[in-house]
Each structure stands twice: as structure tokens, then as C-alpha cells.
Design a protein around this ligand. Structure first.
Ligand code: AMP
Length: 298
């Protein structure tokens, strides 16, 4: 596995890779969820590029940029073992010159829920992912369902800006008790950790109610809200349209149940998708549905 540190060297080496190329962007502190994205990319592409970059643009002033977990040596080992060909791990100064001022505003899908609670977050995500796409020029971009609003924001950016990259969204990997794997789970104390799976139970109950045919959002959400175990408290629980992230009431399918629970200063983020009546998942890209460009040898 080659490691590159600057946009210029990333582009030069990425251009020598056999296509199709899959790109898996991460902020490091890797876990099995990240590895599952790399494995998916490995199975669908001739070459796999991963990036590790803790992106200051997507952290608010009171967020955990400085203390975000970093484990570079271990990450390198995990990515090499998973078959990554090229790791792009730039320093902040190589990504953003002192006078860097550009930003990508994706519009309404980036302004609700996570966008409302973390002003500037999705502009930071869109901007850094656009830079990664320009450096690597991948055939497909691999994203986790875990950050479901992020998948909608990036799909909108690619569509609106005619960026020639497919998006592949892979399912959320979970602990056995249902807690979604996250680099931030290390922040949880024992009591918070024990309560944490109740977020997924609440989201699953919302999903089951919708699958049973219930349509009254307030009633469905009240039942779900009651399932969160203390000391967790709700930031939000909502049922949204998979494309626009507008709340659905009455509820229709397909839909996404999204939730954030707070455990002290830690925000636990999760979601469950509710397929359309004919079984099509609104977010996930089926494994057999290889990206169109990935079937063509460039
Ligand atoms: P992060 O390092 O948190 O920015 O995540 C990098 C990528 O991994 C994003 O596309 C995430 O959605 C994805 N990801 C994070 N957690 C999981 C998980 N538990 N299962 C699958 N993908 C995940």
C-alpha cells in the first residue's frame, strides 16, 4: 500500500491505478464498519483508495476536533490488510492553504437535522469530499449508511455539480447488541454504553410500525421515543423522506427513521431505512448492482 500526503501526489499516483477505482473516505480511528466499506470497494473495483483526514471544516467550534481519536499506525495496518492500494492522508496545511475560503453549499437537504444542529458541518463535508474526488478521480465513492444524511447531501452534490462518480452506500455495521460502530463510541462510560443500544431499538420500533402500515407520525414517534434508556436523552427522532430529509406526516414509504441520542457530550447517531412496498431500499446500493462505470474497463 502506497501512502501519499499531498493533493498533487495523490492525483499523480491515482492516475496510474487500474480502473475502476473505489474511494473510501474516512477520518481514521478505524473500526470494522470502515473495513466493511473497504471490502465492498475491493470486491467491486480493480483498485481501492482510502483516505484518512480529520477535516477541521466539518467540526464546529465547540466540537471534538482536537480530541477526535487518532490511531494512524493501526489504521495503516488495517487498510493494508484489507487490500487498499493507495492511502491518501494529507496534513491539514496541505489540504487548506491559510487563505482557503471556498465552500460548497448543497442547499435544503444539508440544512435540517444534522445540518441545523451543526452549522457548517455539511458544507465542510461536501467541500472536503469534492477535494478528495478531484484528487483521486474515483469511479465510485463508498459511504456508510450510518451517516445517512451525509449520503443524501453527497448524492445531491454529485448530481447538481455533474461529478462523474457513482455513490455506493453500504449498510451500518453494529455491535451484537445493536449499537452502530462509531469511532466516538470510545467516549462512552459504562452506564452510557449499556444504555446505547436503546437508540437502535427505538429506531427499529419506528420502522416496524411503518412496515405494519401505521401512518400517524406523532403516534409512531411517541412509541419510539419512550424506548430510549436513561441516561440517554433525545436530540431528535424523526421519519424523513430519503431524498429531501423533510419530515413525513402522514408517513409513506420509502422512508428513513433517523435519530440522535445524547449521552453527556457524546451524540449517538443512527438510522433505519424503511423500504418501498416493492422492497427497494431507499438508501442502500444493492451489492449486485455494481456501479455502471465499474462494469466498463477504462
Ligand atoms: P468517519 O471516519 O466516521 O468519517 O466514517 C467514514 C465512513 O465510514 C463514512 O462513510 C461512514 O458513514 C462510514 N461508517 C462509519 N461507521 C460505520 C458503520 N458502523 N458501518 C458502516 N459504515 C460506517
Amino acid at each position: 500500500m502506497q501512502i501519499v500526503r499531498t493533493p498533487g501526489s495523490a492525483r499523480a499516483i491515482a492516475r496510474t491505478l487500474h480502473r475502476p477505482v473505489g474511494l473510501v473516505p474516512t477520518m481514521g480511528a478505524l473500526h470494522a464498519g470502515h473495513v466493511s466499506l473497504v471490502e465492498r470497494a475491493r470486491s467491486e473495483n480493480a483498485s481501492v483508495v482510502a483516505s484518512i483526514f480529520v477535516n477541521p471544516l466539518q467540526f464546529g467550534p465547540n466540537e471534538d476536533f482536537d480530541k477526535y481519536p487518532r490511531a494512524f499506525e493501526r489504521d495503516v495496518e488495517m487498510l493494508a490488510d484489507a487490500g487498499v492500494d493507495l492511502l491518501y492522508a494529507p496534513a491539514v496545511e496541505r489540504m487548506y492553504r491559510p487563505d482557503f475560503a471556498s465552500s460548497i453549499d448543497v442547499g435544503p437537504v444539508a440544512s435540517s437535522f444534522e445540518g441545523a444542529r451543526r452549522p457548517g458541518h455539511f458544507a465542510g463535508v461536501a467541500t472536503v469530499v469534492a477535494k478528495l474526488l478531484h484528487a483521486i478521480e474515483p469511479t465510485s465513492l463508498y459511504l456508510g449508511q450510518k451517516d445517512v444524511q451525509q449520503t443524501a447531501v453527497l448524492r445531491a452534490m454529485l448530481r447538481d455539480l455533474d461529478m462523474p462518480t457513482n455513490v455506493v452506500v453500504a449498510p451500518t455495521l453494529r455491535e451484537r447488541d445493536g449499537l452502530a460502530l462509531s469511532s466516538r463510541n470510545v467516549y462512552l462510560d459504562i452506564v452510557q454504553r449499556a444504555a446505547a443500544p436503546s437508540l437502535y431499538r427505538a429506531l427499529s420500533s419506528v420502522s416496524r410500525a411503518i412496515e405494519r402500515g401505521e401512518t400517524d407520525a406523532a403516534r409512531i414517534l411517541a412509541t419510539g421515543r419512550a424506548l430510549l434508556a436513561p441516561p440517554l436523552v433525545w436530540d431528535y427522532l424523526a421519519i424523513v423522506d430519503p431524498l429531501t430529509f423533510e419530515e413525513l406526516d402522514p408517513v409513506r414509504r420509502p422512508a428513513v427513521a433517523i435519530g440522535v441520542a445524547r449521552a453527556g457530550s457524546v451524540r449517538l447517531l443512527d438510522n433505519v431505512t424503511i423500504a418501498s412496498a416493492n422492497g427497494v431500499d431507499p438508501i442502500l446500493t444493492p451489492p449486485h448492482d455494481l456501479p455502471r462505470a465499474a462494469r466498463i474497463r477504462h
